[in-house]
Ligand binder design. Structure first.
Ligand code: SF4
Length: 317
């Protein structure tokens, strides 16, 4: 599958990028396969927490045994699109003044082409529909530029590297953990606060809002616990699904929600509950399978899963 990354450094090669020595030390001491009795502390990312929620046993295969998963088309498509979005925001200043002048002169067609010229083309055409997704995403940014006239249009953070160390109370015991992640983009809310934005390249359905709120709350928690004052308070979160109609999805759309409303206020408790469940699994070494045919068919570890008659004797060595 064709992969294209025009950025100087990929996310995986960016290293820790911790803001303080304390956070760097905590990160270096942390690991996904930490178990009681080991030095250090448990590392948790949005993906590892989501994986544990999906199926604790699948989480164990991926994060504790470190068994590799097959790279899917969806993963490559997502990475290719994210690479372009990251590049676009890092380089849009090269043309932004000119684009705004063209818009002011009512030369919108030329302005739009100029803005689109920031997006580099891969050496060979995309193979997984990335171009359509990128163009949809670009159209949304173009429309926002027309409406905002450039004010608070650009993010204040692009692939923000975030860390936090905190304690999770599990059955009366405080267990230290290290939270780690990259936040796609952070925008100013224009009033001293920030808006977290997540880009997804999968399908959209109505059930997604709940899981999106929980993902965004994880980011918010990292920023708050990690002391990222320049992005606080987080007043809104948002998500964009430019490929939302794929695979039976219902819409390609972006949504924004204000925090502190009835719709969003359950998320902190839910995320904390999920963190407690994850840490408790490590403390007790209990990672039960959560079989469900529709999701297990996507799992790389079915042959190893006792829920489907498998076992570790089938593991490749
Ligand atoms: S096959 Fe299903 S139950 Fe088994 S590990 Fe994978 S997701 Fe979990």
């Amino acid at each position: 599958m064709m992969k294209f990354n025009p950025n100087d450094v990929s996310l995986v090669d960016r290293g820790a990028e911790a803001r303080t020595d304390e956070l760097l030390k905590s990160y270096e001491e942390s690991s996904y396969n930490w178990m009681p009795g080991m030095d250090g502390l448990l590392r948790i990312s949005k993906s590892s927490l989501g994986s544990h929620g999906f199926c604790p046993l699948k989480y164990k295969f991926s994060y504790i045994y470190r068994l590799p998963s097959e790279e899917s088309e969806a993963m490559v498509r997502g990475t290719n699109v994210h690479n372009i979005v990251e590049y676009f925001w890092n380089h849009v200043d090269d043309v932004l003044d000119e684009v705004l002048t063209l818009i002011a002169d009512d030369k919108k067609h030329v302005a739009k082409e100029k803005l689109f010229s920031v997006i580099p083309s891969p050496p060979t055409p995309y193979e997984l529909g990335e171009q359509v997704v990128i163009e949809k995403w670009f159209d949304w940014q173009w429309n926002r530029l027309l409406i905002t006239e450039g004010k608070h249009w650009k993010p204040i953070g692009n692939e923000v590297s975030a860390h936090a160390r905190m304690e999770i109370e599990v059955d009366g015991e405080n267990i230290p953990v290290h939270l780690r992640g990259f936040i796609d983009t952070v925008f100013s809310d224009g009033d001293g606060g920030s808006i977290l934005m997540e880009l997804k390249t999968g399908k959209w359905n109505m059930k997604k809002a709940k899981s999106m709120r929980e993902e965004m709350q994880f980011y918010r928690l990292m920023l708050e616990e990690g002391g990222y004052a320049d992005y606080l308070p987080v007043t809104h979160w948002a998500w964009e699904f430019p490929n939302g109609t794929a695979n039976g999805g219902v819409k390609a759309e972006w949504e924004i929600e204000q925090l502190g409303t009835r719709k969003t206020s359950y998320a902190p408790k839910t995320v904390m509950r999920n963190l407690v469940k994850l840490v408790r699994s490590h403390l007790k070494d209990e990672f039960e399978p959560a079989p469900y045919a529709a999701k297990c068919e996507w799992c790389d570890f079915m042959e190893l899963c006792p829920a489907w008659g498998g076992g570790m004797e089938n593991a490749e060595t």
